[in-house]
Design a protein around this ligand. Sequence first.
Ligand SMILES: Cc1cc2nc3c(=O)[nH]c(=O)nc-3n(C[C@H](O)[C@H](O)[C@H](O)COP(=O)(O)O)c2cc1C
Length: 201
Amino acid sequence: MKLVLGISGASGAPYAKRFLTHVRAMHAAADLSVEIVLSRTAEQVWAHECGGSPRDLDFPVYDGRDYAAPFASGSAAYDAMLIMPASMSCIARIANGISDDLLTRAADVMLKERRRLVVVPREAPYSSIHLENMLALTRASAIVLPASPSFYGRPASLEDAMDTVLARVLDHLGLRNALAKRWGQDVVLDDSAGRGGKRES
Ligand SMILES: Cc1cc2nc3c(=O)[nH]c(=O)nc-3n(C[C@H](O)[C@H](O)[C@H](O)COP(=O)(O)O)c2cc1C
């Protein structure tokens, strides 16, 4: 699988960093190649939230003006694109067909070629403008998958909680994974608290 990872200027750079760690581990087995495109603000937010730069991680990295990147054209036949984290600004531009940098152009290519685009938005709360832009992306066949960790698997650390999001991201990219517990398989409903929320001793 040939995957483009778009990193934009929303909070949530640690999700992208952890995703790349997982991808490196699954790389050989999944026959997966990952190339990164950065928005204009991505490195600033990454430096603040993670320290360093996505360039330190030894994946190919393209800047926002590098339209020589192969995934700037549909003819290069990439399988999927993930934008994580996705800022409201980049979502707005993609939803309105404004391909003013390489990241938004690559997303536009994915939509026009009917290939998989997974977008992980980060903002709180949402305005009606944000919601309408995410609806437009969904209608155009993108998967909008918010960075909303689940807790039914009882994550023991921040990394475990992040992995509940990353597991769903990998699922929607078609990449098998065991990053998080699956409902009905690894975890079932604990109703020992009983009705009214009182745990029996
Ligand atoms: C530390 C930091 C955190 C930010 N967090 C968010 C965020 O969670 N969501 C968002 O939409 N924008 C956020 N922004 C603002 C965007 O970076 C800004 O709107 C920028 O223009 C987005 O454009 P880009 O994603 O194309 O780089 C943040 C900016 C900084 C510096």
